[in-house]
Design a protein around this ligand. Structure first.
Ligand code: PLP
Length: 425
């Protein structure tokens, strides 16, 4: 019988997988003389080695060419955001003209809502999940108020219908059946940040559109985690950040998707000069003419230093391929799940759905015995160089990232929990 709990097994799994070599492309933080077992890629992905060289290239260009840097070389700043367009479109499953890297996630959400949330007296509401990431709720609630409507009635928050805190498609179908006629816009997560539940974006979009609503997704926890098919999903828009699974550094420039059917929309938008068609932007005329596609929502000339690490990160995704990364991710998460069931069932309850297609890399683990005990375990692990992240009141999220985590990291996590239990905690 296979001993999944042995070093030999973990090492053999890592050795058999060519993608294990990707770890060398990342800087893994050290803890007491050895690499950390870092499981926080759902919060801040590790630094790709290529990030530094791209940042240094920009600094060097600035030092030696100054303003001329806008117009010289392949990585000229004038078109810099276009360098990330094709690889980014591949990661999220979109046409190149449907994606743009700009601003931050919450800012992009607001810009999308300006164009796509057009409430009327008959149809004023936004549908969202209850327990959403707070920034999303703040953004959506403030938009409802901004249009003069009342969040108490016009911000519909669908609560989880399953005991584990997940939301079924049936519940989503029911809420559209009941409130669909009043819903102007539905904003939904690609992957829920607390539970790790992944949603069928195409099915959600189908239900939303059938009810007459605009559909947008927050893919903060989905982009770079699962292969997305944003174009084929039919979604009207999506937003995400690049510092989680896309490894582009703290506060990295975010992403935005606008479906091709809206490429030439005459919906209202908040305009800025970088959204103006490139050909005539520098005539500096008074009238705004939007660039067709997602580029037309840009406001400012982009932060080149902020975009540079994203170039480095996307090179890794291009080399590995999103689908191959996902296959490795499924293997890693299944290994974690199997060891937890085999060894830690008395300590950790898995909140995340068991169906691999209904989750990404992350497993959310509820610690038996409540908050104090959970905090105790979390801190024990951190002191041992095993870093997950903590969600109140009693959940540790462990997210094995396929580009740098290994089976050996996972075994180390499991053994650390066993050692903590063995110490009588
Ligand atoms: C990480 C995350 C955010 C963070 O928003 P920023 O604008 O990047 O600070 C927002 N929403 C969700 C769902 C997230 O997971």
């Amino acid at each position: 019988m296979t001993d999944w709990h042995s070093d030999e097994y973990a090492q053999a799994q890592d050795a058999a997988d060519p993608l294990s070599a990707l770890r060398e492309e990342f800087l893994v933080p050290r803890h007491q003389g050895r690499d950390m077992a870092y499981f926080c890629g759902n919060s801040l992905g590790l630094q790709p080695r290529a990030a530094r060289s791209h940042v240094e290239e920009v600094l060097q260009k600035w030092a030696t060419e100054a303003v001329e840097g806008h117009f010289t070389g392949r990585a000229q700043w004038m078109d810099y955001h276009a360098l990330v367009r094709a690889p980014l479109a591949e990661v999220v499953g979109a046409e190149a003209s449907e994606v743009v890297a700009m601003n931050s996630l919450t800012a992009n959400l607001h810009l999308m809502l300006v164009s796509f949330y057009r409430p009327t007296r008959e149809r004023p509401a936004i549908l969202m999940e209850a327990g959403a990431f707070p920034s999303d709720r703040y953004a959506l609630e403030s938009q409802v108020r901004f249009h003069g409507f009342d969040p108490a009635t016009d911000l519909i928050e669908l609560a989880p219908d399953a005991a584990d805190g997940t939301i079924s498609m049936a519940a989503i179908e029911r809420v559209f059946a009941e409130h669909g006629h009043r819903i102007a816009l539905a904003c939904w997560p690609g992957v829920q940040y607390r539970t790790g539940q992944a949603f069928d974006l195409a099915e959600f979009t189908r239900l939303g559109h059938a009810a007459g609503a605009i559909v947008g997704f927050d893919c903060a926890h989905a982009a770079g985690n699962l292969p997305l098919a944003l174009h084929d999903s039919g979604a009207d828009f999506a937003v995400w950040c690049h510092y989680k699974y896309l490894n582009s550094g703290p506060g990295a420039v975010a992403g935005c998707f606008v479906h091709a059917r809206h490429a030439r929309t005459d919906r209202p938008r908040f305009a800025g000069w970088w959204g103006h068609v490139a050909e005539t932007r520098f005539r500096m005329g008074p009238e705004f003419v939007p660039t067709p596609g997602a580029d037309g929502w840009q406001l400012s000339n982009p932060p080149i230093l902020g975009l540079a690490p994203l170039r480095g990160s996307l090179e890794v995704f291009q080399r590995a391929g999103m689908h191959a990364l996902r296959e490795r991710s499924k293997r890693l998460t299944a290994y974690l799940e199997r060891l937890i069931h085999q060894r830690l069932d008395d300590v950790l309850a898995i909140v995340t759905p068991a169906d691999p297609d209904s989750r990404g890399a992350q497993l959310s683990l509820r610690v038996a015995g409540g908050r104090e005990r959970g905090r105790g375990l979390f801190e024990y692990l951190a002191a041992d160089g095993v870093l997950g992240d903590w969600r109140e009141p009693d959940v540790i999220r462990i997210s094995p990232a396929p580009s740098y985590n290994t089976h050996a990291d996972i075994l180390r996590f499991v053994r650390a929990v066993e050692a903590w239990r063995g110490a009588g905690a």
